[in-house]
Design a protein around this ligand. Structure first.
Ligand code: HEC
Length: 275
């Protein structure tokens, strides 16, 4: 009787100790962010430990012998095996096929997403490109149509390149482009603009030089000299490079533009034939 009472006390003591250790372990594993399964496992270990110590302290059984002992041993074996197998089967099972299935499911969704994404992106790009092509075709038709209407023979056969005057096939407008492109304005004032390096003002040149003469001057600056610009002429201020830089057609355009400059209120100097 005394034995039984002290055993009960022992059960309570060891049980409480096991619980405290178990809760402590759960706290630690949780703080270390272990998965819940491990937290349960550590708690179970603590309780198992308590059980082992309880068994060690358990009052010894009556000595047994013969068949009784054999049956008791077998029964003990069956119970222990049952507990082990049953307990083990309670844990979450790891099945590789299961995991493979899960991964495949994830990948499938992802693959589908990317393939669909790619297809959609390609479609969008194709659409944008064809819209652009349509817009360009429309513009070409509009511009090309206008140019053809003005020059039924095809004029200079220039390829329309947009809404700039150059595209209209207007020779004078093209010549003005050349004036800017070749930077004649660097030395020649026109409409009060440009001419930092002081060549003659150009506003009235159309009244003073024929297209043929203008052509000569541009191709060979030594051919003509502006009156009053002897020093500049001697110093060869006007560059002798346009015959290399400009195509024949471009010189035609430039000359056409210069020929329209007929403003007598500006004092453009006369040109003197030099060679
Ligand atoms: C670096 C300066 C400079 C540049 C650039 C220049 N010229 Fe001149 N140009 C002169 C000077 C200086 C004279 C006057 C001396 C002479 O006749 O050579 C002159 C004279 C002329 C004359 C004769 C004017 C007159 O009244 O007799 C014409 C025409 C002319 N330039 C056209 C052009 C054209 C067109 C361009 C662009 C393709 C051009 N020049 C670029 C400096 C320049």
């Amino acid at each position: 009787m005394r034995d039984q009472r002290s055993f009960l006390k022992n059960v309570i003591k060891k049980g409480i100790t096991g619980l405290v250790v178990g809760v402590f372990l759960v706290g630690v594993t949780r703080a270390l962010a272990f998965p819940p399964v491990f937290q349960v496992m550590f708690f179970t270990y603590a309780m198992l430990g308590a059980a082992v110590f309880l068994l060690l302290d358990a009052p010894s059984l009556q000595p047994m012998s013969g068949t009784k002992a054999l049956v008791a041993l077998l029964a003990f074996y069956v119970v222990i095996s049952g507990v082990y197998i049953g307990g083990a089967s309670l844990w979450p099972q790891y099945d590789p096929e299961d995991e493979k299935g899960k991964i495949e499911k994830l990948l499938k969704a992802k693959r589908a997403a990317t393939e669909q994404g790619k297809a959609e992106e390609l479609l969008a790009r194709t659409k944008a490109l064809s819209e652009k092509a349509d817009a360009i075709m429309q513009r070409l038709q509009a511009v090309g149509g206008a140019a053809l209407a003005r020059f039924p023979t095809g004029a200079d056969g220039g390829i329309p390149s947009g809404a700039s005057p150059a595209a209209s096939g207007d020779l004078v407008a093209l010549g003005k482009e050349q004036w800017k492109l070749q930077e004649c304005y660097n030395c020649h004032k026109l409409s009060g603009q440009g001419g930092k390096k002081r060549g003659p003002e150009m506003d009235n040149i159309g009244n003073l030089m024929t297209p043929q003469e203008l052509r000569q001057k541009v191709l060979d600056p030594r051919s003509w000299m502006a009156e009053g610009f002897e020093k500049e002429y001697e110093k060869k201020k006007m560059p002798d490079k346009y015959k290399d830089l400009m195509e024949d057609k471009e010189i035609d355009e430039l000359v056409a533009f210069l020929s329209t400059l007929k403003n007598p209120s500006v004092n453009t100097p006369k040109a003197i034939k030099k060679k």
